[in-house]
Ligand binder design. Sequence first.
Ligand code: HEM
Length: 288
Amino acid sequence: MGFFSGVSRLIFDVGILSWDVLLTLSNLVRRNRRIGHVTPEGHPGYGGHWPEYRPPKETDSRCSCPALNAMANHGIISRSGREISFVEIGYHIRATYNFSSTFCSFVPHFAARMLKRSYSEDTFDLEELDLHNAIEHDGSLSRLDSALERKQSTKHVPFIEELLAAATGKDKNGDTVITTRDLSRMLGKRRAVARAVNKEFSLSLFHKIFGSTNAATLVTVFGGRVDHLHSFLHHEQLPEGWESRIRQPHGLTLMTFNKTILGVELGVREQDWAEAAREAAERHTAPA
Ligand code: HEM
């Protein structure tokens, strides 16, 4: 990185984080969006009416992220998953999932840097986000590691089933919900087992935090509702009538989100899964 790009990146990051603090404070004093009005009027999904869901065609581009794939499956971004601009994806994440403008600028900027593209001028295909150990990493909740499954848009159904079955919570309507504690437990298991069966396994602290960030969206955006997560994780589909559970007027800020992310990450206990990891390693190496 050159000196000037380093400085401009620092200015950008400080600017975004300062703006995020202001949005977080403003969220504390302003009224939440009304239920049924979280998705803005005029945006696809307003009132819970999502555009038609169509599973991807063989030629379409999809990635390891269920949230971006779902937007393509509903035609909120191009159904082909190709030639998506970084600016456009941020705009649609803001309206679809109600993340703050700071998150919706920060993450696409990060993706543009990772792909060595211009945030304001270039486009990307969804599958390009699957660059290993950029954002995509080992020990995920819904995908086999890339050393075991090269195509990271491929969901690993047994992992998703196990994750949803691990939900222990109930919300005030009596619906089964996955909790941050459940997510920590399942991340611990996935990391321990992946470490044991994948000879190329790697997971830096940075990627652990990405893993917890992704997991944390399941309790924030979806309120942990297992029936909704079933549709989201298995089919990458937004249920009819669904809207984001984040109701703050400026959306979920980086600062507020960090509390949930840390809660998930600090609860991960890989060491509790040593026995499961040993068994998985034996199964993995046993002759068929
Ligand atoms: C431009 C914004 C985004 C980018 C570039 C992005 C990218 C990614 C990537 C590369 C992965 C794979 C990580 C892994 O290896 O486990 C991923 C997974 C995931 N993302 Fe996103 N994502 C974005 C926005 C979102 C949003 C808005 C949500 C929630 C509404 C979300 C939820 C998830 C979930 C639940 C996973 C699956 C994690 C797992 O299987 O462990 N992402 N994302």
